[in-house]
Design a protein. Structure first.
Length: 153
């Protein structure tokens, strides 16, 4: 076995997602979650985020898409049963609490009303985006907290 980890020769550069409403996705991911847009064109029906080495893209579907309807099964939390695609979004520790408050204020469906200390290593907060996709918003604190109950809850 080779103990040295080689740099991959191939990389994922684009993730394509279809959605019913790119403008609703733009409000959620840009204004609420705080991702930085690389491109958005409501008329053409696309939205792009540059994410450390790849682009996450949303394109308006030609036909109405049904939302998944349940929480995705992701490592780190209990509650999801849907075996489907979901993703996690890392937020800097200094922005995490404000991001959680924006998500709560947006009316998005959330798994719990406060972040949870997960896998004894990070704060995680699970929500559903406007297309019904499960996303985990998380931060890894510089130091393990003294209590694993989210402050203020």
């Amino acid at each position: 076995m080779n103990d040295k980890i080689d740099t991959p020769k191939t990389n994922i550069r684009f993730v394509f997602n279809h959605c019913n409403d790119p403008a609703a996705m733009q409000v959620f991911y840009s204004d609420v979650v705080g991702l930085k847009e690389a491109a958005f064109d409501e008329e053409q029906g696309y939205l792009v985020y540059q994410c450390e080495g790849f682009q996450m893209m949303f394109f308006r579907a030609e036909n109405e898409l049904a939302p998944p309807g349940d929480w995705a099964d992701q490592p780190g939390y209990e509650g999801g049963t849907l075996e489907g695609t979901s993703w996690a979004i890392e937020v800097p520790e200094y922005e995490f609490a404000e991001t959680v408050e924006r998500v709560l204020g947006s009316g998005a469906r959330v798994l719990k009303n406060a972040p949870e200390w997960r896998m004894d290593s990070y704060w995680g907060f699970t929500a559903i985006d406007p297309m019904g996709n499960t996303i985990e918003i998380y931060t890894i604190p510089a130091e393990k907290p003294e209590t694993t109950t989210w402050p203020g809850k």
